[in-house]
Design a protein around this ligand. Sequence first.
Ligand SMILES: Cc1cc2nc3c(=O)[nH]c(=O)nc-3n(C[C@H](O)[C@H](O)[C@H](O)COP(=O)(O)OP(=O)(O)OC[C@H]3O[C@@H](n4cnc5c(N)ncnc54)[C@H](O)[C@@H]3O)c2cc1C
Length: 554
Amino acid sequence: MKPDFPVIKADILIVGGGSAGAMAAIRAKEIHPHQEVVVLEKGDAKYSGCIARGMDALNIVAVPGVATPELYVESNSLACEGIMDEPVNYKMAERSYELMQKLVSWGVCFPVDEKGNYEILQVHPKGRFCVTMKEPELKVILARRMMDLGARVINRSMALELIKDDGRVCGALAANVRTGEVFGIQAKSVILTAGGTARFGLPNNGYLYGVYDFPGNTGDGYCLAYRAGAELSGFEYTLVYYIVKDINAPLLYITLTRGCHLVNAMDERRDKDHPSIRTMFLEHLEDRGPLRIKLSHLPEEKIREIESILFTTERPACERFYEGRGIDFRSGEIELWPTEVFLCGGHGLTGVRVNERAEASVQGLYAAGDTSLVARGHLSGAFVFGEVAAENATEYAASVPHRQLDPQAAAAFFDKRSRRMGQKNGTVTIEEFEYKVRRLINDYIRPPKNEYKLNRALWWMDRFRRELSEMVRVEDAHDLFKTYEVENIIECAVLSATASKERRESRWLPWHYRSDFPTRDDSQWLKHIVLTQGEPGGGVNVTYKDIVRMKKGD
Ligand SMILES: Cc1cc2nc3c(=O)[nH]c(=O)nc-3n(C[C@H](O)[C@H](O)[C@H](O)COP(=O)(O)OP(=O)(O)OC[C@H]3O[C@@H](n4cnc5c(N)ncnc54)[C@H](O)[C@@H]3O)c2cc1C
């Protein structure tokens, strides 16, 4: 049966045109210029994703003569408190320098001193891996490159469902978020690069979109993979950052590595103690916050340097924010505060489980960046695994034929869509509903956690699933897409509460702090908690997987 909606044919479909997605598209076209590569992007790939414009550092680069991939594996394993697969992280570090040099050849600026040395900072427990980058045009460079190479980028389009045939992923259904038009993509392999769940907990400022990470990331990559049967892990790693109050914008590496002072509420200096997000957040929880960054002692040229990074490379909106608050770095100070709770593979450990070929546990499916579990890989992980995924997805695509998109799956999708569009008389707006869902995530999933709270989270999420299809008002395509996003946020909350309940210990303090199991227990819990979709109507399947070690001689 022929589907009665437009279908695009692709060799590789990439879901999400952010850092990992753009890099995957570029690599796929580099190695096989004639293959058809389609990138679906919810926003506009020119400025979408975590790198809205640029970034101040490539956090993990094993620069020859300074650090090695082996040292990175050792160091990151400490940072992950043992819950890290070694081969995946080794692969990332092994290719990181080559990747950085590729960026240099594209014109990305990594400043060097008069001797030609890069600025490399220590932000990991062992070794120096964080290379300063100064490139406000990074995202534009990537977006332009993928388009110039011939990848077909479809902006303002959200992937809504993966389609499988005979156990392998063979395409997806998607829709234009402005017009609501649905279309299918027949693809031989699919790479998920849709970021993490940025809109998870509610930030203190109460704004739905005032979050640290890119607000278009609503866990869609996790949910697409989960519903297609793939294994997920690390959903108990519930991150809270500690950065600029109210705007939730980054500044720590930029300021603390350039001589700024960090003081707590009692004016005690903390910058000499190698502060981390974790130690600052803990100090805040111990009632010695808020911490503040002081710059007034710095010479004018240092202040200008910091301003130029914060106001161009990071986020131009920062300049307006400080102006609005009347903060001048020469006299004022910057107040820090905990952010909302969020899920992310790049900063944390939440993701689709992949091996060192970026393969998920379902045939034809690959994942990279914050959607995947390349533990704490940051931008380097997104770039390297974007490339790795493209290489292996290309090889796979060359070995299989296209398959028809299953008409039954499409029919079920259209049924659900028309039921949703029929909710014209719902009593609650989708914005009010999202606010409540995320407020309850704050109450019951944000650490500290315990069994009682996590059970309450599961109870509420079950109720929200029903209310989403009964009470929420859907007046137009805009509301419809928000219901899909909130549905994914609810799904992520169920996954997070389930994994958090299962891990009956505390680890990665304070991010998985169980007040009823306050200590770390390596004898029981030095393993992954793996989640897969249960039978229809059933819950989440929970299993354990051992940590994957490097084989001797690797
Ligand atoms: C504020 C901030 C500062 C950072 N600073 C640094 C740094 O200095 N150094 C460093 O190494 N790392 C840094 N990181 C981490 C790094 O940027 C991320 O790990 C990396 O960019 C993640 O890339 P990604 O492709 O997975 O996600 P993103 O770049 O966020 O891309 C995901 C894309 O998927 C799209 N999308 C989502 N759902 C769908 C869907 N259903 N259909 C279609 N498209 C979809 C989104 O619109 C988005 O464009 C920072 C992160 C943040 C948030």
